[in-house]
Ligand binder design. Structure first.
Ligand SMILES: Cc1ncc(COP(=O)(O)O)c(C=O)c1O
Length: 292
C-alpha cells in the first residue's frame, strides 16, 4: 500500500512517517479545521469542484478564510495522487487554522496548513451491498450543534454515535437532530423509500451535510423519473420504510436492511435501492471512461 501525504509546510508529497505537523496545530487541539473525503474513479478525481465548494462552505461556517487557491489544492492533490501508486484512491483534503498559542482565540493562529492524504480506496465487498448493513437509530442528548452540516475536524458526536451503534451490534448509526427528526448517518446521507414508493431524504435545513453523493443520487432519481422528496423524516417513518439506503463518496449507495435489529421491508436490498445503486455504479463507470 502506498499512502502519500502532502503538507503545505513541505510543499511536496512525502511518506506518512515524514508527514508531521505541530501538536500546537488547532486542528489537533480544538478540531479547528475542515476536511473533505474524495475518491478517484478510473484514476480521475470524482466531483472535485463540488468538494472544493463544500470545503470553503464548511470553512466559512467556522469563520476560517482558507488561504489556499483552488488551483493550488488541485495541484497538491494531483501531485499526491501521482506519488502514490494506487490505481484507485481515497483522498482526504484538510485545511487547519494552523498552530498557535494554547488559547481558543483564533487570532493567534498565523499560518493555516493544507494537508492532502492519498490512500488506497477500500470499498465494501460486493457481498455487503447484496446483503445490506445494519443501522441503529441514535438520538442525541444535546441541542443542535452549530457545526451540523459542516465538515469540520470536530466529528466527536459522529464518533460517539458510531460507537453506540457498534455496541448495539450495528454497522452504522442513523442520527437525529434536537427536534428528533432524522438527519444523516455518521459519514453518509440517508434515503428512505416509503411504502407508497416515494424516495425521501431529509431536507438540508434539518442540519445535515450536503452530501455530494446525495446530490448525485437525487440527479439520477430525477433522470429515472423517480418521485423524490426532500423533507422532514421522523423516526416512525424510518421504522415503516419499505427501503432505506445510505449514500457517501466512499460507499456509494449502501442498502440498510436491518434497523435496530428489525428487518427493513423484506430484509433484503429493495428494488429502488438496487436500481439507484446500479445507476450510480454505471455513472461512475462512465466517468471512469471519461464520458461524463
Ligand atoms: C456526516 C456526513 N454526512 C454525509 C456524508 C456523505 O457526503 P458525500 O456524499 O459528499 O461523501 C458524509 C461524508 O463524509 C458525512 O461525513
Amino acid at each position: 500500500m502506498s499512502t502519500k501525504v502532502w503538507l503545505s509546510s513541505l510543499g511536496r508529497p512525502v511518506d506518512p512517517q515524514d508527514a508531521t505537523i505541530s501538536v500546537f496545530d488547532r486542528g489537533f487541539l480544538y478540531g479547528d479545521s475542515v476536511y473533505e473525503t474524495l475518491r478517484t474513479v478510473g484514476g480521475r478525481i470524482l466531483e472535485f469542484d463540488r468538494h472544493h465548494d463544500r470545503l470553503l462552505k464548511s470553512a466559512a461556517g467556522i469563520g476560517f478564510e482558507v488561504p489556499f487557491a483552488k488551483a493550488q489544492i488541485l495541484d497538491a492533490t494531483l501531485q499526491t495522487l501521482a506519488a502514490s501508486t494506487e490505481a484507485e484512491a481515497r483522498i482526504r483534503i484538510i485545511a487547519t487554522r494552523g498552530a498557535g498559542p494554547l488559547s481558543l482565540d483564533v487570532r493567534g493562529a498565523a499560518t493555516p496548513q493544507l494537508i492532502v492524504m492519498v490512500q488506497r480506496l477500500e470499498v465494501p465487498a460486493q457481498s455487503v451491498y447484496e446483503k445490506g448493513i445494519a443501522a441503529c437509530l441514535v438520538v442525541p442528548a444535546h441541542n443542535r450543534s452549530p457545526l451540523s452540516g459542516l465538515k469540520t475536524g470536530n466529528y466527536v458526536a459522529n464518533v460517539l454515535a458510531l460507537r453506540q451503534a457498534i455496541e448495539a451490534r450495528g454497522d452504522d448509526a442513523i442520527m437525529c437532530n434536537a427536534e428528533g427528526a432524522i438527519t444523516e448517518a455518521t459519514t453518509s446521507n440517508v434515503f428512505v423509500v416509503t411504502p407508497h414508493g416515494t424516495l425521501v431524504t431529509p431536507a438540508l435545513d434539518g442540519g445535515l451535510l450536503s452530501g455530494i453523493t446525495r446530490a448525485m443520487v437525487l440527479e439520477l432519481a430525477n433522470d429515472l423519473g423517480i418521485n423524490c422528496e426532500e423533507r422532514v423524516i421522523w423516526p416512525e417513518e424510518l421504522r415503516q420504510a419499505a427501503e432505506i439506503f445510505l449514500s457517501s463518496s466512499v460507499r456509494g449507495v449502501m442498502p440498510v436492511t436491518l434497523l435496530d435489529g428489525e428487518a427493513v421491508g423484506a430484509g433484503v436490498p429493495g428494488p429502488l435501492t438496487r436500481r439507484l445503486r446500479a445507476a450510480y455504479v454505471e455513472k461512475l463507470a462512465r466517468i471512469s471512461r471519461g464520458e461524463s
